[in-house]
Design a protein around this ligand. Structure first.
Ligand code: ATP
Length: 512
């Protein structure tokens, strides 16, 4: 299997150099776990969110969206279990005071996954393996649980009742708004509620650039089904022949390798328990692949027993082979009716819905909660798009045209001919109404093409002397460097077709 070409640190350097992502507050030394997005980064991030929202909300009849508040009623987090249980294990160095995540210390030492490891097991493993401070080599203190929620104070006076939390996930807002959304949208089971928004976790050791941050964004769906109809999934036929790398809990237990399997075989062999879970795993995987990600870098991995969260009946992660190993890209849990039950109990509000068929009130089950971090998706698309082209001697960022931050570059061939520059500006002004464009006048045309390649500009349009005679321009493909001559009056139609996947060579007169 082809290895990712860059390390995560090299990707961070590339993203900074090209204006995608900067360490936050860098002029003051930076602040660990926080990043700012530059112009290209915010365009890419917005495109990712737009594609996700379009695919999973706007193109579906069964899913609607919400946008909940970031600072949420503290009772939401009590009910969800976050106040008591949203913890990681922290270990401090007795000498230099450096802080570490207990499970990561063990993972770094043994290079094995420690998913689901308990506080007690971390304690004994640190002792048995005589693990020392990674910074100064001194003795480590006792491991203890650390709550990852950021507490804040609401209002001018700090009291015990003024404490609230920045939300550590978007999901709970979906549960607390469940009844209103269901009633207003007149949703009938099965249905989903989706949300995209910021989440905050006071990660003990943020690392690996955008992979583990303290402030990040999530794209989440809670998909609700009738409790007695959990095995019915009318969409599953769409994905039965879809293939993915599968790594079940049994495969992991028996030290087997992951297997490439079709969804229908995962279901008939009962590797994936419910059709809904299989369906959502396939459509989420497919979403990445259709936007240009390489399927050989993905697998679905089932949580082993010790790793399952207290609320989950079954969880599969969509994993990606990052330069630092296979890691969670998206979590897809079967959360049952745990959350609705908890919120009913704590709020004393009735969150059940009326079932027309049985004329009874029922509490729906979340058969699957696909939960995706925007920045982890950002990294995946960047890694899979990044190519170094030896013959061009520059990077070519082969982002899917739907994701490319800037779709088009418009270049006057020379900068000292006013009529060529003016013509190019006209073309640019017309194209930017429909697509993100850049107008680049500086340096040789080859240098401008290279700059475009490195930031993923999908096509470049050059206006030259010939344009003044015959109203034609050159269109150049980022991925193949192929060039065709096209009349300005046909340009938009040609670009539209090119961005939809047609070959550029078929859309204009080839330029030698
Ligand atoms: P991990 O095991 O990597 O800490 P998690 O299991 O805590 O992740 P979830 O609570 O399932 O993550 O969150 C859903 C998704 O949100 C993750 O799959 C990931 O894409 C994203 N995510 C979670 N924590 C972070 C973080 N600290 N930085 C960036 N993205 C994150």
């Amino acid at each position: 299997m082809e290895k990712p070409k860059l390390t995560i640190d090299e990707m961070a350097v590339f993203c900074k150099r090209k204006g995608f992502v900067y360490p936050s507050g860098e002029i003051y030394g930076g602040i660990s776990g926080f990043y700012d997005f530059g112009h290209l980064g915010v365009e890419l991030k917005n495109n990712i969110k737009k594609e996700w929202w379009n695919t999973f909300v706007q193109q579906r009849d069964d899913i609607v969206g919400i946008d909940g508040s970031i600072i949420t009623h503290p009772m939401v987090w009590e009910a969800s279990g976050h106040v008591d249980g949203f913890t990681d294990v922290i270990v401090d160095c007795r000498k230099c005071g450096s802080r570490f995540r207990g499970d990561q210390l063990i993972e770094d030492k043994h290079k094995v996954s420690t998913a689901g490891i308990s506080l007690e097991d971390i304690k004994s493993s640190l002792k048995k393996d005589k693990i020392k401070c990674q910074k100064c080599g001194s003795e480590l203190g006792d491991p203890k649980n650390f709550n990852l929620m950021f507490a804040i104070n609401i209002g001018p006076v700090q009291t015990s009742s003024s404490v609230a939390f920045l939300r550590p996930e978007t999901a709970q807002l979906i549960f607390s708004n469940f009844r209103l959304v269901q009633e207003n949208a007149r949703l009938k089971l099965p249905f989903g509620i989706a949300q995209i928004g910021k989440s905050f976790r006071n990660e003990i050791s943020p690392r690996d650039f955008l992979f583990r941050m303290r402030e990040f964004e999530q794209m989440e769906i809670e998909y609700f089904v009738h409790p007695e109809k959990q095995s019915e999934c009318s969409f599953v036929d769409e994905v039965l022949d879809y293939e993915m790398n599968v790594y079940s809990a049994d495969m992991q237990k028996n030290n087997k390798k992951m297997e490439r399997m079709m969804i229908k075989d995962c279901l008939s062999k009962k590797i994936i328990k419910t059709r809904w879970h299989a369906y959502w795993l396939a459509v989420m995987h497919k979403w990445f692949v259709e936007l240009g990600a390489d399927p050989s870098h993905f697998r679905i991995r089932q949580h082993v027993k010790d790793e399952l969260s207290h609320y989950a009946l079954d969880t599969w992660d969509l994993e990606y082979e990052f330069p630092f190993g296979w890691k969670e890209l998206q979590g897809l849990s079967n959360r049952t009716d745990f959350d609705l039950k908890q919120h009913m109990e704590h709020s004393k509000s009735d969150l059940s819905i009326f079932d027309e068929e049985t004329k009874k009130k029922i509490l729906p089950h979340v058969i699957c909660e696909p939960s995706q971090g925007v920045e982890r998706a950002f990294l995946v698309f960047m890694f899979d798009a990044y190519h170094y082209d030896k013959s061009r001697e520059n990077v070519v960022l082969k982002l899917h045209p739907k994701l490319a931050p800037i779709k088009l570059g418009v270049f006057p061939l020379v900068s000292n001919k006013a009529d060529i520059v003016a013509k190019a500006r006209n073309v640019y002004n017309d194209l930017r109404r429909e697509w993100t464009c850049t107008f680049d006048i500086s340096g040789s045309i080859g240098r401008r093409y290279a700059r475009g390649d490195e930031t993923g500009i999908y096509a470049c349009i050059t206006i030259d002397f010939e344009t003044l005679d015959d109203e034609s321009v050159t269109v150049r493909s980022r991925d193949t460097t192929e060039q065709v001559r096209v009349k300005i009056k046909d340009l938009k139609e040609v670009l539209r077709k090119f961005m939809e996947g047609e070959k550029l060579g078929k859309l204009g007169k080839s330029v030698e």
